[in-house]
Design a protein around this ligand. Sequence first.
Ligand SMILES: NC(=O)C[C@H](N)C(=O)O
Length: 350
Amino acid sequence: MKKITSVLTVFLLLITINVQAQKPRIRILATGGTIAGVSKSATESNYTAGELGIYQLIQAVPQIKDNADISGEQIVKIGSQDMNDKVWLTLAKRINELLNKEGYDGIVITHGTDTMEETAYFLNLTVKSDKPVVLVGAMRPATAMSADGPLNLYNAVQVAADRNSKGRGVMVCLNDAVLSAKDVTKTNTTGVQTFQDPNYGTLGYLHNGKVFFNNMPEKKHTIHSVFDVTRLSQLPKVGIVYNYSNASALPMQAFMQAKFDGIVSAGVGNGNLYKDIFDLAVKAQNQGIQFVRSSRVPTGATTLDAEVDDAKYHFVASQFLNPQKARVLLMLALTQTKDWKKIQEFFNEY
Ligand SMILES: NC(=O)C[C@H](N)C(=O)O
């Protein structure tokens, strides 16, 4: 009898090990944000982002281990208002290692929501794998009543572990929605429904932890991207200038004096420029500082062949990229070329 029991135990153990081995291996990279935020009470709106560590986040949602073999590492512990080039390069390099050398099946990145769309788009252009990479955050700190982080994290892991997520580029997952890194933007300062794609809608959605996709991103990303940061330790300097009635040209002058490599304009309407900014933009372009026209308007493309003659001034039109994402693409484009025509091609393709 004893013998039968021990044989049975070994058998069951082997089955468990096998089931465990079949689960997708998902690595969670933690960077901070409100999802790791802590406040003094469950109802207080004052809190500090990025307080909890990766192990506390994993422990808080044990269900994430049901369908995935979970492990994690802490990259940084910051509010994403402090996100920077160094962390972007670290993330891109680490993700490429984990997916291409260490055999992981998918990546989840916990991240603040303020600049999540920029990090997502940077990774969309620099990750060299078609395996799922999913950014997740929260709008309420971990200590809040009705904190949204735990379900968002659970959902993000389901997306990273789902076979159908492959080849969709880097994704953002919050509030039951899956959105494309290229098109997602933060639309609400405090609401849990903040992430939207105002032009194309969602890539998919989750219901009861199951992922349903309805869209595929059309533009180039990940394995089809020419941008490679493997050997880079810094990125070109690109600033953003804002247009408005009677706009000051001082920020534009400051970027030019500081010899930035590129400037993106958050223009009015279809990327139009206040006249003083326009005059300096022509000068900047002549000095070899690439000027990209984007728009402060939340929907629609900033098109070529509108009120500004881009071909005449060698300006680049950002198409559907908002200013903060146009900045990301311009930084990466400038690692390859200074030719405005080639840079415009990148903006048409990515
Ligand atoms: N909801 C958030 O995560 C906001 C926070 N400031 C951050 O981006 O880190």
